[in-house]
Design a protein around this ligand. Structure first.
Ligand code: UDX
Length: 471
């Protein structure tokens, strides 16, 4: 083995070009750089365009401040094959097709360019949803690290896609409706709690091609790093570790939870701290549906009317594209005036800052994995309204397994009465103390995991040790 004791590892990091993937990837880059890595961070032109546009006056250009801190992070961009202003969320299939067919070639060219520049590059850390990293890493003699930004449970469901198909739970016309109880490390999961893509009966779409091919690629990776915590998903992780080098290193947050050293938001953040400062402790419901999913106009109306009926104070985040239609204001007529004394509606915010504010008492969420981890960190109980992809599976973890939240609705059709009832149940209901106690325990689990002797820190050290032995 070569003497690598004094070698400075150099990793290329390529996140999936979506907000919920970019955030943990940026903080992984900072974490590894603080451990002595050189990082070359690659964004798409579109992500660069949006983050720069969202932060024009702050000077927080991506990674611009980092050199002052002594961290060795370089930054470059490539095209994903679509014009920067193209609406990727409203044209999901076209976006997936570009990532599948065009982005792969651009990423390979960029890796070739970095390697050819004479830099001693050792590894490629790329999002698990890409279909090409293991082939590209092999071609350029790099160690391939697959970066998974969702729970281990979701990873293992995709990983065992063929088993689900073989057993008739996926990709067949008469899909079985009984529980899935044969995935290693997963005691049981109901078909309704599978990832939305794995609930489909026809798996021929471009998105399915991505899922199938990316997990085939990941099976050839050298390591998988996952933004979860060993103690949260121990059975699932142990079962995966029997097959692949899987490391739980989460939660991957900035060192100071609320401080933004590097701009990551794709939208400008509207201020709301001053308004929150005036609200009583624990009185405000924070409502957000994440960065990508859409809500139907009908559901949004019921939710808005339910919030109105509930009488709670609220911060409602509504991205401009929240309903996939041209309707400029999807809220009920008169809503804003009616609730002006107890709520604000904004297009985007600094979510971590909002969740950490003492006025927040509950979070009506689409169950994105980052949002869940952030909410647990701030000990905010969750009201769950999953919309697509992993969010259905994440809901199961929150409500059924960890019992740190409740469902927004138990039926397919949501009504304002049920929304209002469940908001009040979450904020002031009998089970509120039980939920709060459990979320306090879970916060401690997360905190312990990232302490110097905690599982995530130890796993990260182990990973670095093994990586160093390979380069
Ligand atoms: C999707 C998946 O559902 C999620 O599980 C996966 O990890 C990433 O992609 P997304 O809609 O991006 O989710 O939600 P989430 O994972 O919660 O990530 C959103 C991020 O944007 C969070 O880090 C959150 O803090 C941030 N955010 C959200 C803001 O900064 N401001 C906002 O107003 C809303």
């Amino acid at each position: 083995m070569a003497d690598n004791k004094h070698k400075k590892p150099h990793a290329i990091i390529i996140p999936y070009p979506l907000q919920g993937h970019v955030n943990p990837a940026v903080h992984l880059a900072l974490k590894l750089a603080s451990q002595g890595f050189t990082i070359t961070f690659v964004h798409t032109d579109s992500i660069h365009y949006h983050t720069s546009k969202a932060h024009p006056n702050t000077g927080l250009e991506l990674f611009a401040k980092v050199p002052e801190s002594g961290l060795d992070i370089r930054y470059t961009t490539i095209s994903d094959g679509l014009p920067v202003g193209f609406d990727r969320s409203l044209n999901h299939d076209q976006f997936c097709a570009a990532l599948l067919h065009v982005f792969s070639a651009h990423a390979e060219e960029k890796v070739a360019e970095i390697v050819a520049s004479g830099e001693d590059v050792h590894c490629l850390i790329a999002d698990t949803f890409f279909v090409w990293p293991s082939k590209v890493a092999k071609k350029f003699g790099l160690v391939h690290v697959s970066f998974w930004t969702e729970p281990a449970l979701v990873f293992t469901l995709y990983y065992h896609m063929d088993l689900l198909r073989l057993n008739g739970h996926f990709d067949c016309p008469d899909r079985r409706e009984d529980a899935v109880n044969y995935i290693p490390g997963v005691k049981t999961i109901q078909p309704k709690d599978l990832v939305s893509y794995l609930q489909e009966t026809d798996a021929t779409s471009v998105c399915h091609q991505i899922h199938k091919n990316c997990f085939n690629d990941t099976k050839n990776s050298d390591f998988v790093l996952c933004n979860t915590v060993q103690e949260l998903e121990s059975d699932t992780i142990s079962a995966l570790q029997a097959k692949i080098q899987f490391y739980a290193i989460g939660p991957i947050f900035p060192n100071d939870f609320c401080t933004t050293v590097v701009a990551t938001s794709l939208w400008s953040e509207s201020p709301c701290t001053q308004w929150l400062d005036k609200q009583p402790i624990g009185s405000v419901l924070y409502v957000s549906f994440g960065s990508y999913a859409h809500v139907t106009e009908k559901d949004l109306l019921e939710i808005a009317n339910g919030i109105s009926l509930s009488k709670v104070n609220f911060v409602l985040v509504l991205r401009p594209d929240i309903v996939s239609s041209e309707d400029a204001d999807p809220l009920p007529v008169g809503f804003k005036e009616e609730v002006a004394d107890r709520g604000i509606v904004i297009p985007w915010c600094r979510q971590k800052e909002v969740l950490a504010h003492p006025a927040i008492g509950g979070f009506l969420t689409h169950c994105g994995w980052n949002s869940i981890l952030e909410s647990v960190w701030c000990q905010i109980p969750l009201l769950c309204f999953p919309l697509y992809t992993d969010q259905f599976t994440n809901r199961k973890l929150v409500v059924d397994d960890w019992k740190i939240g409740i469902n927004l609705s138990d039926k397919k059709v949501i009504t304002k009465e049920e929304v209002s009832y469940n908001i009040n149940r979450l904020m002031y209901g009998e089970s509120e103390d039980e939920i709060k106690n459990r979320i306090k325990e879970l916060k401690k689990t997360l905190e312990d995991a990232v302490s110097p002797s905690g599982s995530s820190e130890q796993n990260l050290s182990q990973f670095i040790k093994k990586l160093m032995a390979k380069i």
